[in-house]
Ligand binder design. Structure first.
Ligand SMILES: *Cc1c(COP(=O)(O)O)cnc(C)c1O
Length: 398
């Protein structure tokens, strides 16, 4: 069957929740992806900021395969070494004290919200708390995470969601302050907004929110699912703000391809959950956790954080030049490390599509932003290759 007919056939069986590109990906190598027919792509999306180590890292692949032969799953009634090690590594890397492993980002957000509500309940003796979230935020597709997601079109049709969520304007401290009251359990925000269009928190904003939360006994949940795990040049983006959250959520690059997420908290907060309060059959199984501990090992071995700092600067320079070359097409350039965006004055969809057709996979964010979230192991030559494609495509837009 040719590719076109194969796709038509496959589309008969998928629920139509995605408009997929007509590509049938087959294998990866380093920062390149290949279709079944051999077509090659430079990957500047990393499976939406997941594949930090690139494709085919030998040590990672071997660790994953070895765990398949050893033990895939146990349930959480017992201990396994991979889970214990992964929890320790995540605590050490994040400055949090206790971890709960999930299977996805959205579940990590659900857990974080439950933890915040339980903390409030223990303190107030009543389950009547409120959550403050941000406009243009993205926290996932399950009911709780959706309820704190700031894009109305994602939420609208699915109500009633969890109630008592108030939305503030990101990077506007006053708008957060005026929503706080004695019922506020937590403020949840992304340290760098991803899906919403690559908006880093302003330092005064995040520090201001932390201060307000401290004054009022409100928990600060930082969603680092996209911006965490080294993407901004520090293991977690909040490290660059001198801010310590009470709860964090992590996923995407945590398992570098193996589906796993986590929420973690400082001791006093984590202590509000007791046996029976939360659980997951798969969550934190030895297969996923062995991937997690291997990811942490490899980050250290490959000195990923310093590499991201260097490559982030390099990418920043290249995108800055491109912005200067196409002032009629590009409105803004933002981001930290290997999480950057170019805000376009023209529709982003056709630009991304042309880039893919020219051999470079890019993705969009928000309404009109090209999002650059490549594997963290990219080299300058890959940035140059992407830039060449992007320049060609932008020139054709003129
Ligand atoms: C991707 C993402 C999520 C949701 O993660 P899933 O694994 O898709 O459920 C939540 N928050 C942020 C910031 C994300 O980027």
């Amino acid at each position: 069957m040719d590719k076109k007919n194969w796709i038509i056939e496959a589309d008969r069986h998928f629920m139509h929740t995605y408009n997929r590109y007509p590509m049938v990906l087959d294998h990866g190598d380093g920062v390149y992806l290949y279709e079944t027919d051999g077509t090659k792509y430079l990957d500047f999306a990393a499976g939406i900021a997941v594949f930090a180590l690139g494709y085919g890292n030998k040590e990672y692949n071997e660790a994953v395969k070895a765990q398949v032969d050893k033990l895939l799953h146990t349930s959480n009634y017992y201990y396994t070494e991979p889970a214990g090690d992964a929890a320790r590594d995540l605590c050490e890397a994040s400055g949090m004290d206790r971890v709960f492993f999930t299977n996805s980002g959205t579940e990590a957000v659900e857990g974080a919200l439950k933890l915040a509500r339980k903390y409030y309940y223990n303190k107030h003796g009543e389950a009547d708390s409120e959550i403050i979230a941000m406009d243009h935020s993205f926290h996932g597709r399950s009911m709780g995470a959706l309820a704190v997601t700031g894009t109305k079109k994602y939420r609208e049709a699915f109500g009633p969601l969890i109630g008592e969520v108030r939305f503030a304007e990101y990077n506007n401290l006053e708008s957060v302050a005026c929503l706080m009251n004695e019922k506020t359990a937590a403020v949840i925000l992304e340290t760098v907004q991803g899906e919403g269009g690559i908006y880093p928190a302003a330092k005064e904003f995040l520090q201001g929110v932390r201060k307000l939360c401290d004054e009022k006994g409100i928990l600060l949940i930082l969603d680092e699912i996209q911006c965490g795990m080294g993407r901004t040049g520090t293991m977690f983006a909040y490290e660059q703000y001198d801010v310590k959250p009470d709860i964090i959520t992590v996923a995407k690059a945590l398992g570098c391809g193996v589906p796993v997420g986590a929420f973690a908290a400082r001791n006093e907060v984590a202590a509000s959950m007791v046996p029976g309060d939360h659980g997951s059959t798969y969550g934190g199984n030895p297969f996923a956790c062995n991937a997690v501990r291997t990811v942490f090992d490899l980050y250290e071995k490959l000195d990923i954080l310093n590499h991201v700092k260097e490559m982030g600067e390099y990418l920043f320079g290249v995108l800055k030049d491109i912005k200067a070359e196409f002032p009629e097409l590009i409105a803004a350039h933002r981001g930290i490390g290997l999480m950057q965006g170019l805000e376009l004055k023209v529709p982003v969809g056709p630009v991304v599509k042309s880039c893919i057709e020219s051999g470079c996979i890019l993705i969009s964010a928000g309404n009109n932003v090209i999002r650059f979230v490549p594997p963290l192991v990219i080299e300058p030559c890959h940035v140059d290759e992407m830039a060449q494609v992007l320049r060609k495509v932008l020139s054709e837009c003129k």
